[in-house]
Ligand binder design. Structure first.
Ligand SMILES: Cc1ncc(COP(=O)(O)O)c(C=O)c1O
Length: 456
């Protein structure tokens, strides 16, 4: 029996039966991976500077993870979680809870297939927690904009991304949005970082008061905002104040670490660096590092206690929860990160990446801001540095940068909409945790060249 797919070269989407993201674009077919490189059917090599969407943190040919996945497929692939648990889901949960930010307590973790599913499950878990305790009036969810929490209807409703929401708006539940901490455009010239953080956090307090504190179910935010705003960390003190507000009013704090978690910012959990713990934390991309589709929802002890004192049951189940092959793969990813001390490399290469970006692009006439943390960095492009005016969205400068970078053999992650929902271009970088100094230098040089050719 032939188990290899027929080799295809570049195939135009119009000739394809795959319902691709673009129904018209021509796309190379990827057939291999080597370290930080992806290889297409024509033999072209692409330096993956963004891990797809901050997914491939271990590069594309990690032997230990491949071995763990194959071993589990050969042992036992699937058993339904209504009746059974499995050793990998148990071990992975022990691992994550033991390393969760202080204040999480004895938490528990559920596993799903995507970040969107994890966000849906997190929202339902927050609601379940209140209902179990008889606090049934809590239904409002407050999130931030810009933000992105996923494409399923609940996760999209929470997302503060005007462009992605627009066509589906009539299907979305009502969610309140406050501003994300977009320092480049929202911080006043004479304002300290701390004052900016307090002012932004006050938006949550004000919105809670306007809605009625007893009606608010959860506050949702990304500790370091991913693609919608471009690797935006929060100002010092912001998260502590957010935690205080949630505690004061009994609001569940949901940290969406789907993109920024699992080592991407230099610590396993992004919130660790803010000195607070969320009540519910979602993780996805770096958890499986692309070797298996897997996402997770971690409930802190307080949430589990609420459920244990009530029904003792999770009111949200999925067929593929705690999948044995996916959890085996994710456990191997976590072991690689820890045993090889890869977070030290994230911090060291991250510092090099920041330095090189600032040196090479800091004075560029069309670079407005460079922001990020760990190996998670963004360059925001502007038409005018003085006024911070974004490029006209129709020019799609971010897309043009991506195309130019790809032509030069590198992949970066473009996005639009950070400035006002539709305008505002940036390119996000999320190199693998095993990156070398040479690769970091190549990434910055290629990005600079791509920006110049995109603008030309
Ligand atoms: C912060 C964040 N949350 C949720 C999601 C949704 O994840 P998925 O695309 O796996 O459904 C994403 C995806 O980019 C994300 O960046």
């Amino acid at each position: 029996m032939n188990i290899s797919p027929a080799p295809i070269q570049r195939r135009n989407s119009a000739q394809s039966h795959v319902l691709r993201r673009s129904l018209t674009a021509e796309q190379p077919s990827i057939v291999g991976g080597e370290g930080a490189y992806l290889i297409d059917a024509d033999g072209n090599r692409y330096l993956d500077a963004c891990g797809g969407a901050a997914v491939s943190s271990l590069g594309h040919d990690n032997a230990a993870v491949r071995k763990a996945i194959c071993a589990q497929v050969n042992t036992m692939a699937y058993a339904h979680t209504g009746l059974f648990t499995n050793p990998w889901a148990e071990e992975l949960s022990d691992f994550l809870v033991a390393r969760a930010p202080e204040g999480t307590g004895e938490g528990r973790v559920m596993y799903l297939g995507s970040g969107s599913e994890a966000m849906e499950a997190a929202l339902k878990l927050a609601r379940q927690y209140h209902v179990e305790r008889g606090d049934t009036g809590r239904a409002h969810i407050i999130a931030r904009a810009p933000s992105y929490h996923g494409n399923t209807l609940g996760a999209l409703a929470v997302s503060g991304h005007a462009g992605r929401r627009a066509p589906f708006a009539p299907l979305l539940i009502d969610v309140e949005h406050i501003d994300a901490t977009y320092g480049y455009r929202l911080r006043h010239a004479d304002e300290s970082e701390e004052d900016f953080g307090q002012r932004m956090a006050q938006q949550l307090e004000d919105r809670v008061q306007a809605l009625g504190p007893e009606t608010v179910c959860a506050f949702v935010a990304e500790p370091v905002v991913g693609a919608s705003l471009g690797t935006q960390p929060a100002p010092a003190g912001y998260w502590r104040r957010i935690r205080e507000i949630c505690d004061t009013h009994g609001i569940v704090l949901i940290a969406d670490e789907v993109m920024c978690g699992m080592g991407r910012t230099g610590s396993l959990f992004a919130l660790e660096q803010e000195g607070v713990a969320a009540d519910i934390t979602t993780m996805a991309k770096g958890l499986g590092a692309g070797y298996q589709p897997i996402a997770a929802v971690m409930a802190a002890q307080r949430i589990c206690d609420g459920i244990l004192a009530g029904s003792g049951k999770l009111w949200n189940g999925h067929t593929y929860m705690s999948h044995a092959v996916a959890t085996a793969g994710a456990m191997a990813v976590m072991r690689e990160i820890e045993d090889r001390d890869l977070l030290a490399n994230v911090r060291a290469r991250g510092a090099e990446l920041e330095r090189a970006l600032r040196e090479r692009l800091g004075d560029h006439p069309h670079v407005g801001d460079i922001r990020g943390r760990g190996l998670f960095w963004t360059t925001e492009f502007v038409a005018d540095r003085e006024t911070k005016a974004p490029f006209a969205p129709e020019r799609n400068i971010a897309g043009a940068v991506q195309q130019a970078a790809m032509a030069a053999g590198m992949i970066c992650y473009p996005a639009q909409g950070c400035a006002d929902g539709t305008a505002g271009d940036h390119a996000l970088l999320a190199p693998c945790f095993t990156s070398t100094s040479e690769e970091i230098a190549t990434i910055v040089e290629t990005l600079a060249g791509a920006l110049d050719s995109a603008i030309r």
